[in-house]
Design a protein around this ligand. Structure first.
Ligand code: ZN
Ligand code: ZN
Length: 297
């Protein structure tokens, strides 16, 4: 090992590398409630994660899920609960106070949404970097934006940046299943973005990614296992900023937004939805700083 190699990010990250199994195990502690919910869901019988209604997925003759009827729509708040300076709580969507009511939530939709356990287990769709021939001792940060299809959360955009913060890969991903919620407020992606493209199928994106990601490539991200799950991509040299920067309460995780501010003095996720390139660069920047190779982006 030459001293030049020892100064490389690839070398310095070695103590932080975890296998897929280790990252999954770490992540499970945060998701035990969610996992229990998912276990109660089946392919047909599900519980909506927006309105808690139990429902059955009804397909029409073309195999497309039927929308709900007008009297039984999914009713929910599209935003999240925020706090005013005086401690009062309100929904970011409609400014209503969650501690008063009852009143009808501000948003309705013609579909309920949920994950179900069979979804991520379509073995035939999962690809692995272990089967991708060649070597690439590079470090990449990866981030996906998610939308909701009838099958649950799926990747709709993926961005990969290298250690110099250059975007080395980015694509819109068109899920095979029907999209019922673009999650525009988080993903920044609208129906128009997806339709005007250019977008690729998940299979095409997996092929592209495996050109870049080899068995010896270091991949980093914030809850990187969620991104890899949505890409149906298996990889074992992972750096997860959730693990590297633990929350003082071991059953909570730091948000990337908070880490950016606390560790880097950067305000991120300010615009319309998340920017997957910004999130990926933030992870890269956090790890560069952690190992003494700080560089602004
Ligand atoms: Zn609302
Ligand atoms: Zn619902």
């Amino acid at each position: 090992m030459t001293s030049l190699q020892e100064e490389s990010l690839y070398f310095k990250l070695q103590p932080f590398i975890r296998s897929k199994k280790q990252v999954d195990e770490h992540s499970n502690r945060f998701d035990s409630k969610k996992n229990a919910e998912i276990a109660k869901n089946t392919e047909k019988d599900r519980k909506c994660e927006r309105c808690n209604t139990k429902y059955r997925v009804e397909m029409d003759s073309n195999g497309v899920p039927k929308p709900l009827d007008e009297n039984n729509l999914c009713k929910f708040h599209s935003g999240w609960i925020k706090y005013r300076i005086d401690g009062e709580r309100y929904y970011s969507c409609c400014k209503e106070d969650p501690d008063f009511g009852p009143y009808d939530p501000c948003t309705t939709d013609t579909y309920h949404i949920s994950e179900y356990p069979g979804f991520f287990n379509k073995e035939s769709e999962i690809v692995s970097s272990a089967t991708s021939s060649g070597s690439n001792k590079a470090v990449y940060a990866l981030d996906c934006e998610m939308c909701v299809t009838v099958n649950g959360y799926e990747c709709c955009r993926v961005t990969v940046v290298d250690e110099e913060y250059e975007v080395v890969y980015e694509s819109l991903v068109k899920p095979d299943d029907m999209i019922i919620d673009y999650k525009t407020q988080f993903s920044g992606i609208t129906k128009e973005t997806m339709e005007n493209g250019p977008s690729k199928s998940l299979k095409e994106v997996q092929d592209d990614l495996l050109e870049l990601i080899k068995e010896d490539t270091i991949l980093m991200g914030h809850s990187i296992n969620n991104d890899l799950k949505s890409l149906k991509l298996r990889h074992d040299m992972l750096v997860d900023t959730v693990i590297v920067f633990p929350h003082p309460n071991s059953y909570k995780r730091n948000s990337l937004r908070w880490l950016a501010e606390d560790e880097l003095g950067r305000i991120i996720q300010q615009g319309n939805g998340h920017d997957s390139a910004e999130d990926a660069r933030t992870c890269m920047s956090l790890m560069r700083k952690k190992v003494g190779l700080h560089k602004d982006f």
